[in-house]
Every structure is written in structure tokens, then in C-alpha cells.
Design a protein around this ligand. Sequence first.
Ligand code: FEO
Length: 399
Amino acid sequence: MYETPIVTSDIYYVGVNDRQKSKFENMIPLTRGVSYNSFLIIDNKTALIDTVDVSFGLLFVHKILSVLNGRTLDYLIINHMEPDHSGAIGLLRKYFPEMIIVGNSKTLSMVEGFHREVGNCLEVKENDVLSLGKHNLQFFLIPMVHWPETMATYDKTSHVLFSGDAFGSFGTLDGAILDSQMNEKRFWNEMIRYYANIVGKYGSPVQKALDKIEPLQIDFLCSTHGPVWTEHIDKVFEIYENMANFRAEEGVVIVYGTMYGNTEQMAEAVAQGVANAGVKHVLVYNVSSADASIILRDIYKYNGLIVGSPTYNNELYPEIEALLRKLEIRGVRNRIFGYFGSYSWASAAVKRIKDFAEKMDITVAQTVVEQKHALNIENYQKCVLLGEEVGQKVRELSK
Ligand code: FEO
């Protein structure tokens, strides 16, 4: 056996690091990879919590066989069916034909859909308890965190919560698994980036899940991605409470599109205004060159947002349009919002952003700047004023 127990004396980490995939869900850059976490409980009965991406299937099976040390796998508990966690189900079924797949009704129907057959299975409902001997596992349904079948599994004996995607982050586990054994700081921003891009649309279900989970005594918080949290569980919950309710820290994100630099010059002036107001976190992003997942992360992180766009084909600059659509889908709220735009012969961008702002639950700055052709001195000053107005409002909101 080469795996060591990492949570309690009989709960083993059997997950894997993915340092090969460059984009999560084929969209989101993985600058430092991602882990697919899976845990194996050795008791009178053995139980595996979640699987991994199928491309790591053989390595995964070898880890499980090593820990089982000649025993069989009795239960496979599926908290979440997205293929980064369910991909190896079919392979495990071949190694362990008697294995009982444990999931709720939605899970089992997805197992059939993705893997053609379920085989031996046990359907569980909210609060049901499965005893492995010493360990008693209780199931909590947490739908839409972030698929409808998602559930969390709570080990009442060891006070371990296996939470699915909830509380996860990008980033591989470089040696240590527990937060107490590593410098965990690099994971905080990656947790927010993960939430903003993957789970962000589901703030209300996340809050419901938190209400269900927080009364539990949790000594180990085991997400499907990132560290096992033990020292910093309170901080993890606080971050999630804030993100689910769109509470953010003081700061302003300025995102702009530009073709020939005119709208960019407006963004520079706006940034000066925000800084004049005393805001220290000012993040200026060219939407065409910045990583979209980081822009979204920072929009979740900070309470001010200013968007600028040139008019393009009588519409918004396409990448700004895509960003605004993402914000609309996620229902981003509780933000101070400002906007500006430019055009060459027909004005459209500013009107489109205004239409967006009217649909959202955000506080919109009175100052709006629209520039025809290159930035003139009058509109330069107005851009500074826009930045100052948003900066002042952001500071008031943060008090
Ligand atoms: Fe990590 Fe929703 O899958």
C-alpha cells in the first residue's frame, strides 16, 4: 500500500492532479492545473466518495486497489455527476462488478444516461444514513451546486463533509492534501475564480446549501477540487456566504474593449478618477487580452465595475457583449456600476450598456461619457469625474 490516510486513520485520499488539461470545461485556463478529489473509507464495508476524470482512470484504480489491499469496494457514493467526477464509474464497475452505486434518483438516472447501465445501486434521500460499520454517512441534497443531482455526504462519526464542487478551487495539490500542511494562500483567489466561473449562477442554491451544512460539526471539509480544509473552514464559509450574496470588498474593476486605443484612453482617465477617490484596488482590463475568467473573478471580488465599449457594427464590441451576458446570466448584483463608450459615425454602445444596466440590480453612476472620434479634453475630464463618482460610491458602500 503506498497511499496514506489523510483525514482520519481510515479515510484515504485517492484523487489525482491534472497538470495536462489547459482549459477546464474547455474554456477556463488552468494556470496551475486542477485536482479531482476522491476519498476511500476503509471500514467493515468500504466506500469510495466520487471518482475522477476518466483520463486518469487507470492511475485512480491502482490507488484504490493499493488502499483496499485485497478487499473489494462495497460502495461508490456519487455526490456529483459532472464527468470530471463521474468519468471513471464505468471503469470501476469492471473492476468491482458487485459494487453498489449510491446516489439520489437524479444521480442514478444520470449514471444510466452517461454509462448506459447502473448495475447494483442504492437510492438515497435527504437525511438518509448509510452505516459502513464505524462510519455513518448521512446524505444532504444540495441541488444546483452545481448540477441538479448534487448532494453532500457527511461522515457523522469523523465529522467529515464531502461537499462535491462546493468550496472547491482550481490548482493542483502539490504534495500536501490538508490546508494545515501547506501555504494555502494561493488557493483563495482560485476558489473565487472557480466559484465565479463555475458555480456563480447559483447563488441562491449555494445559500440554501450553506444553511443546511453550517449547523454540522465539520472538522474536515473535503471538496472535489483543491485542498481538504481543516484549519480554515470558517474562512471558506465566509467567502462562500459573501459570494452567494454578492457581498464584495472595496475595489473597482474597469473593463474595456478597444480597436484603435480611443476607448482605452477613456479607461485610463476613468482609472485616474477612481484612484483620486482613494480606492486602492483598481483593476483595469483590456477585454481582448485579459483572461475572461480572471475578469469575472474580480467582478465577484470587488464592489465596483465600470465598463467601456466602442460601437462595433452598430452594436457593442463583441467581447464586451459576451461579458455583459455572463453578468446577466449570473444575476450579478450589489455593485456600483458606471459606463462609457465611443463611436466613429453612429452611436450605439452606450445605449446598449444602459439597456443592460437597467435590467440589473445595481447602482448606476449618474455620469456617463460618450466620445465621438478621439478623446477630447472635455470628455477626458468627464471620464475622471465618472471614475471619482464610482470610487466615492464604492467607498460609501464599503463602510
Ligand atoms: Fe468539478 Fe461540477 O464538476
